[in-house]
Design a protein around this ligand. Structure first.
Ligand code: 4AD
Length: 462
């Protein structure tokens, strides 16, 4: 019984050795009746396998069988590693395999809805006007299991996995506790209409739009510093490049000693660590993504820039963009400010804080010195929001008053409000969207590319 060799580790050192590989029939070409060329792909790697009926033990039936394989079928190949006279175009490995035996373990249908070679084409090929059939986003998502087979997608989901791992490692080593808050709730968690309603054994209920209320209640329970990686459900109406109806939230909540800047310190250290570690651990993956979707590495500083909302408004004003100083920034203004920040401070990652209170959720702490503003912040990558956070109101009377002022029916959050009657430390936190972090770190233009099986206002399959 032979051991399997990975296609990616087939090198010249293995010359004349017999190897066993498993992969997919990536492409097949017959030359007359005596020879067939088969590219076998495994992971992001491809190797050419050559079957010739002139080789001892290889019959012309076998050559015919290989020539008729359907693309993407799963095959085992046993053969001898050799070094081709001329470099082979279109494979990642510099050696080829002289086929001795081939088994088809699982046959793919003959006419695939997506051609993997086309799906893996780079956007620069497209711009250069090269002729091939473009695979559009919807087709990719309809047949996601095929689309996922491209090197860029393998890169994206390995990067996504690493973001979660680094997030956990960093926080656990800083004495945080990982928690799991309920996703079935009796009322809307943050207020607003963007909730999925459901029937909970005869009682009205909804899917959690955020771990917000329960992560704060964990602080009420003295867990001190908590985080969660979990699903967040939003019944979004907006069909955009950055909104999903289900995404993975990276949430943090912690006690603070004096000032909400402690939260921004945490964002700074945590995300700079995430970016540094991705650049270090995911070189190959970032390269694979960039090969299909070219992007510039994210520009960020070892210590993250902080601007106040007022400073941001002023920068926009100086550039001729008028915005409401006590309103929210729209997507366009956020983008513009991102550009201005890049020009002035040479960074694409920054924190904007002290937002107007009126545009923040009810649980946000107003500024002590000016209640028109709040102890809150948003964080941007390449001019788009990835995080929002704030110090929370911990006085039960003020909390109820703020909820009322925001039009929330107090009955729906009574157990949350009650949690603040038994003594609560100063605290705050923030939430990021995993898919957005990966999308923006890699400069990808659509969040559907960084969600394994995206759910958006128009899609709930596959
Ligand atoms: O800004 P959001 O709505 O804030 C909260 O949920 C707060 N409870 C967080 C807190 O601790 N204060 O969402 C947080 C982040 C956003 O910055 C964005 O990255 C992501 O979640 N996000 C979405 N990602 C994908 N699709 C959507 N529809 C998203 N909505 C928010």
């Amino acid at each position: 019984s032979m051991e399997f060799t990975q296609v990616g580790s087939l090198t010249k050192e293995l010359k004349d050795k017999e190897v066993l590989i498993r992969g997919r029939a990536h492409s097949i070409r017959a030359v007359g009746k005596k020879m067939a060329f088969l590219f076998v792909r495994e992971g992001g790697f491809t190797v050419q396998c050559l079957a010739s009926s002139e080789t001892e033990g290889v019959t012309s039936e076998m050559v015919k069988f290989i020539a008729k394989l359907n693309r993407e079928s799963v095959v085992d190949v046993i053969g001898i590693v050799s070094i081709p006279k001329n470099p082979i175009k279109g494979t990642t490995q510099e050696v080829e395999i002289q086929v001795r035996k081939l088994y088809c373990l699982n046959k793919a249908i003959p006419n695939l809805p997506i051609n993997i070679e086309d799906a893996a084409r780079s956007t620069t090929d497209l711009q250069a006007g090269q002729q091939f059939s473009r695979v559009n986003q919807d087709t990719r998502l309809d047949f996601r299991v095929l689309d996922l087979r491209t090197p860029a997608n393998h890169g994206i989901f390995r990067i996504q996995s690493q973001v979660g791992i680094i997030f956990r490692q960093f926080l656990v080593s800083d004495d945080f506790v990982e928690i799991h808050t309920p996703k079935l709730l009796a009322g809307a968690s943050v207020g607003g209409s963007a909730v999925f309603k459901l029937d909970y054994k005869g009682q009205p209920a909804c899917l959690a739009q955020s771990p917000q209320l329960h992560k704060q209640m964990a602080i009420c329970g003295d867990l001190k510093r908590v985080f969660e990686v979990g699903p967040v459900f939003r019944a979004e109406d907006s069909y955009t490049h950055r909104h999903l109806c289900e995404f993975t939230g990276l949430d943090v909540e912690m006690e603070i000693k004096k000032h909400y800047s402690e939260l921004m310190d945490m964002v700074d250290r945590l995300f700079v660590t995430i970016f540094d570690s991705l650049n270090e651990r995911c070189k190959k993956e970032l390269e694979a993504v960039g090969k299909q979707y070219p992007f510039e590495p994210l520009k960020y500083k070892p210590s993250t820039l902080r601007l106040t909302f007022e400073e941001g408004v002023q920068m926009l004003k100086d550039a001729g963009v008028e915005v409401d100083p006590l309103g929210d920034l729209n997507t366009e203004a956020e983008r513009k400010l991102g550009q201005l920040v890049l020009e002035k401070y040479d960074t694409e990652f920054y924190i904007l804080h002290r937002y107007p209170l009126a545009v923040r959720p009810f649980y946000t702490m107003p500024c002590y010195d000016n209640p028109l503003y709040s102890n809150s912040f948003d964080v941007f990558i390449r001019g788009e929001e990835i995080i929002s956070g704030a110090q929370r109101v911990h006085e039960p009377e003020l909390l109820a008053e703020r909820a009322k002022a925001c039009g929330i029916d107090l009955k729906t959050i009574s157990s949350y409000l009650d949690s603040f009657r038994y003594g609560v430390p100063l605290h705050g936190g923030f939430g990021a969207g995993l898919e957005r972090v990966v999308m923006l770190f890699c400069g990808l233009g659509n969040i559907r590319k960084t969600s394994l099986f995206p759910r958006d206002p128009r899609r709930i399959v596959p």
